[in-house]
Design a protein around this ligand. Structure first.
Ligand code: ZN
Length: 418
């Protein structure tokens, strides 16, 4: 069996754990997801790895290094999915990490530093509305009181769901590795967007992970009869909301070179009816970018637009921030090393920001971190038809293997003193 078949087989085994009819449903802390995790642990064991599961359900599978006491090099991603998601999101990074170990074993390569394969628990926010819980726990930023009573669609709280899997929410903090020395973390992930495919690149070297600022904007006008209210005497809340949405598009387009994006994804017309001028509208706005300055320019423009719309359309607008997170920049040294690897292997690559959050953004707190993207066909993700060609996955695994081998060699400076 060649490497290609071997990897396909491993990948297909993981995809069998699915409770949905459409696409893959393997939601965090459910039977399918736990069974999948157990199966993955057995596969790691078969490769001679020492396996453990931490207090949050993260799998840590370790291959010892040649030299005692050196900090480990970590690689991985997540096995949980959204409801009716695809086969690739997360699974690629976990299976790729195990494939790298298989290659090292096959070639008899002994690394100086230990290597760990990580499968993070509960990366997707689908079940409880919060994402990357496993990597947050590992990075020591799991806030149990914030999440304890979050409920899934069946009314089960996170605390209960953890307990059903034999985890205790009050012990999750013990999963923290803050006091540990970790050499580096690498995550291979599908792009979940159309850029690599459109530009015919095989690898995305991620420079930073965008973080969202989100607002709820309530626009109040006056509901009135659509037949009897003259056009110049209306206080139409929907038209105010529309103007805000269009201005957001305009300013985000002007920030395109910085990669900032802005979206109005929710628009609610209170008691909307065909014969009523809309009196009350709520929109929800999501603005993301890796450049704090660029994001701020969009925010400033949004503020000015709101004031203008309020004045010119005679509306009352209340805007409330829902969330504001800091963008994360990834290790410049790792980015440079990945670039060298791609150049040496003649792999077409692109430096790019990530518009979506990943476990890597929490791992930045623990160690230098790198994130590698492979193309997503048609940019589809969180969708049953999510797809990446096997050949493209193998290129991603090659880059992951190279970077892990590079970082698991002891620095020559330190070596002289051993
Ligand atoms: Zn993912």
């Amino acid at each position: 069996m060649d490497r290609k078949e071997r990897y396909q087989l491993l990948f297909d085994k993981i995809s069998q754990y699915n409770s949905g009819e459409k696409g893959i449903t393997r939601v965090a802390y459910t039977n399918e997801e736990q069974a999948c995790t157990q199966a993955f642990m057995r596969m790691c064991k078969a490769e001679g790895l020492d396996i453990r599961m931490d207090q949050c359900g993260n799998v840590i599978a370790r291959r010892e290094g040649r030299i005692k006491g050196l900090p480990p090099v970590l690689m991985g991603s997540h096995l949980d999915t959204v409801y009716q998601g695809g086969k690739y999101d997360g699974t690629v990074g976990v299976t790729a990490a195990l494939e790298v170990v298989k290659r090292l074993n096959e070639k008899g390569i002994e690394t100086d530093h230990p290597i760990e394969v990580i499968s993070f628990a509960c990366e997707e926010s689908s079940r409880f509305g919060v994402s990357t819980l496993g990597s947050k726990a590992m990075a020591g930023s799991f806030d149990k009181e914030k999440v304890r009573y979050l409920k899934d669609r069946n009314g089960v709280t996170l605390e209960e769901a953890l307990s059903l899997c034999a985890f205790e929410i009050d012990s999750v903090h013990q999963a923290s590795r803050e006091d540990e020395n970790i050499k580096a973390f690498f995550e291979l992930h599908i792009e979940q967007g159309p850029v690599l495919e459109n530009e015919n690149k095989k690898i995305g070297i991620v420079t930073g992970i965008a973080a969202p600022v989100r607002f709820s904007i309530k626009i109040a006008g006056t509901p009135s009869h659509s037949g009897t209210t003259p056009m110049n005497m209306r206080k139409d809340a929907l038209l105010g909301a529309s103007e805000i949405a269009l201005e957001l598009e305009k300013v985000a387009l002007s920030e395109q070179s910085c990669g900032t994006v802005a979206t109005v994804g929710v628009l609610d017309i209170q008691a909307g009816a065909m014969n009523v001028v809309p009196g009350e509208v709520e929109i929800k706005v999501d603005i993301r970018g890796t450049s704090v300055d660029s994001r701020q320019r969009v925010l400033d423009h949004l503020k000015r637009t709101i004031e203008l719309v309020e004045r010119t359309r005679n509306l009352e607008i209340i805007s409330q921030e829902i969330i504001s997170e800091e963008p994360v920049l990834l290790s410049a040294e790792i980015i440079e090393t990945m670039e060298t690897i791609c150049k040496e292997q003649d792999i077409p690559y692109k430096m790019m920001p990530s518009g979506a959050g990943h476990d890597a953004m929490n791992m930045v707190k623990l160690c230098p971190t790198g994130l590698i993207f492979v193309p997503s066909v048609d940019g589809l993700s969180h969708h049953p038809e999510e797809h990446t060609d096997l050949d493209d996955l193998l290129i991603g695994i090659d880059v992951l293997e190279q970077i892990v081998i590079h970082y698991s060699k002891m620095d020559s400076k330190i070596k002289e003193n051993v």
